[in-house]
Design a protein around this ligand. Structure first.
Ligand SMILES: O=c1ccn([C@@H]2O[C@H](COP(=O)(O)O)[C@@H](O)[C@H]2O)c(=O)[nH]1
Length: 229
């Protein structure tokens, strides 16, 4: 199965489903984030599942343990393949989220946690009171996520080699901030090309605008897949 997760960052389900209809579920999974889920709700997940896609519901829950864990349970009941929280919500929050999944019968999504957003660099961390290199904060939060029993983290591919050494091969490393050489960086800061990310050990590559904003998104996806071969 392809490691590519296409980010469906669209303002309505018609646009998202129009793209999905041009893609093949054997070539990629899809990611539904805050914009699309807020406007289209669970119905868009049902429509994507009907088309045969596995879906990462990227809502990055960050709340007290009771609230975050109930949100994770609700996401699991929507049948998604992967769901996430913010690791900075802490160990008790992450353990509560893992706990609600353990109590369910039936298939569970992978549960992962965001470390440091790929749009952030050292100066952004300093402004929120963290005077350290993003790599150090990513390593700390990834260890906490691992110790809390989750399945993996969201990080930049720049951090993947060290996290693989630290946490082993079974831990999922999901990497946004992926940019083919000719594409615009936009608001991302810690970026890596698709072949480099795979070579360094990413489990999954999250790719949005380089595909969705391309003149021919299906062709852009195929070019990225070819670059990984
Ligand atoms: O640290 C993070 C966590 C999540 N994202 C999400 O990934 C995609 C990236 O889209 P691009 O258009 O390829 O930049 C987007 O949906 C983000 O919400 C991230 O970029 N970084």
């Amino acid at each position: 199965m392809s490691p590519i997760l296409v980010a469906l960052d669209y303002p309505d389900s018609a646009a998202a489903l129009a793209l999905a209809d041009r893609l093949d579920p054997s070539q990629c999974r899809l990611k539904v984030g805050k914009e699309l889920f807020t406007c289209a709700g669970p119905a868009v997940l049902e429509a994507l599942h009907k088309r045969g896609f596995e879906v990462f519901l990227d809502l990055k829950f960050h709340d007290i343990p009771n609230t975050a864990s109930k949100a994770v349970k609700a996401a699991a009941e929507l049948g998604v393949w992967m769901v996430n929280v913010h690791a900075s919500g802490g160990r008790r929050m992450m353990e509560a989220c893992r706990g609600v999944l353990e109590q369910r019968t039936g298939p569970n999504p992978l549960l992962i946690a965001v470390t440091v957003l790929t749009s952030m660099e050292r100066s952004d961390l300093a402004e929120i009171g963290l005077d350290l290199d993003p790599l150090d904060q990513v390593r700390r939060l990834a260890q906490l996520t691992h110790d809390s029993g989750l399945d993996g983290v969201v990080c930049s591919a720049q951090e993947v080699s060290l996290l693989r050494e630290q946490l082993g091969s079974a831990f999922s490393l999901v990497t946004p901030g992926i940019r083919p050489l000719d594409s615009d960086k936009g608001d991302q800061r810690r970026i890596v090309t698709p072949p480099q990310a795979m070579a360094m050990g990413s489990s999954y590559l999250v790719i949005g605008r380089p595909i969705t904003q391309a003149p021919d998104p299906a062709r852009a996806l195929q070019a990225i897949i070819d670059s990984l071969a």
